[in-house]
Write a protein that binds this ligand. Structure first.
Ligand SMILES: [Zn+2]
Length: 271
C-alpha cells in the first residue's frame, strides 16, 4: 500500500472510531432503527463505491495530477512552470480551497438537478444521521464525484499534496459532521463561524426542503456564507428536527443494502 493510502486509512479509522465512541456515550438524538439495521447498509456503500470507481476510473486523482504536471497541462502548470517553494506552497493551499469550492457546487447541483437528486436522495433518506451516514453515498454519486474532481485536477493542474490534504480532510469532515453528537451551544456557535458542525449539518438533513437546501459545505462554512446558502437555525430545535425523507419511512427494509442501491431507480424523483 502506498503512503497516501496509509495516511487516508489511518485518519479514516481514527476519526470513525472517535465519532462512534462519542455517539455511543453521548448521543444527540435517538434512532428508530438499531445500529445493526442501519450500519450494514451504510457501511457496505463504502465498499461498493470503492469497487465501482476503481473499475470505471482506473487512474487515481494523484496519478492524474502527476500526468498533468508532466505534460504541462492545467492552469497552475502553465502559469507556474518552474516554481519556488513559496509558489508551490501557495498552490497547495489554493488547490485545496479550489477542490473544496468545486465539491460545494457539486453538492448544491446534486440538490438542484432532479436526475442528480434522485441519486443523492439515498444519502438523505437515512432516517437517522450518524457518522456512518457520512459514508452512505450511492456508487453512482461516488463515480460522478470522482469524474468532477478529476476534471478539476487536470484543468487547474492541482498539485499532489493538495489532493492528499483535501481527500483526507473531506473524508474526516464527513465522518465528523454527520456524527450523532451535539457540541455545547457556545462551542457550536463559535466553531460554526468557521466549520460545518454536526448541528449545522443536521439542518441540511432536515425533511423541510428550504432547510435541506442550505449548509451544503462539507468542511468550512464560508462557502455557504459567500454563496448565500448558510442557515444557522432550523425551524425546530436540534433534538426535535424531523430528519430524512418523508416518502422513505424508517423501516428495516428501507435500510438494507439492496434497497439503498435500488433507491434511485425505484422511487419517483419527487421531493
Ligand atoms: Zn446533501
Amino acid at each position: 500500500m502506498d503512503t497516501t493510502s496509509v495516511i487516508r486509512l489511518s485518519v479514516f479509522i481514527s476519526v470513525f472510531f472517535i465519532m462512534a465512541m462519542l455517539e455511543a456515550f453521548l448521543p444527540a438524538r435517538k434512532s428508530t432503527l438499531s445500529r445493526k439495521e442501519r450500519w450494514v447498509g451504510n457501511l457496505s456503500m463504502v465498499v461498493f463505491g470503492a469497487v465501482v470507481s476503481r473499475l470505471l476510473v482506473p487512474a487515481s486523482l494523484v496519478g492524474m495530477s502527476l500526468w498533468a504536471s508532466e505534460k504541462g497541462y492545467g492552469l497552475f502548470n502553465i502559469l507556474f512552470a518552474s516554481n519556488s517553494t513559496l509558489v508551490s506552497a501557495v498552490l497547495v493551499v489554493v488547490g485545496v480551497l479550489l477542490l473544496d469550492v468545486v465539491i460545494y457546487w457539486q453538492h448544491r447541483l446534486f440538490h438542484t438537478i432532479p436526475l442528480l437528486w434522485r441519486i443523492h436522495k439515498m444519502h438523505h433518506a437515512d432516517s437517522h444521521v450518524d457518522t456512518t451516514t457520512g459514508l452512505r453515498f450511492h456508487p453512482i454519486e461516488i463515480v460522478i464525484s470522482l469524474g468532477v474532481k478529476t476534471a478539476a485536477v487536470v484543468a487547474f493542474g492541482v498539485p499532489v499534496l493538495a489532493i492528499v490534504i483535501f481527500e483526507v480532510a473531506l473524508n474526516g469532515f464527513a465522518l465528523f459532521n454527520h456524527a450523532n453528537i451535539r457540541l455545547p451551544q457556545k462551542w457550536d456557535d463559535r466553531l460554526s463561524t468557521l466549520i460545518i458542525t454536526q448541528r449545522l449539518h443536521r439542518i441540511h438533513h432536515s425533511q423541510a426542503k428550504e432547510e435541506s437546501n442550505s449548509n451544503f459545505g462539507f468542511s468550512v462554512s464560508w462557502w455557504d456564507k459567500v454563496f448565500n446558502s448558510f442557515k444557522s437555525r432550523a425551524h425546530e430545535s436540534d433534538d426535535k428536527l424531523p430528519i430524512g425523507q418523508r416518502d422513505v419511512p424508517p423501516t428495516k427494509d428501507n435500510a438494507s443494502m439492496l434497497s439503498l442501491l435500488r433507491q434511485p431507480f425505484s422511487r419517483p424523483a419527487k421531493d
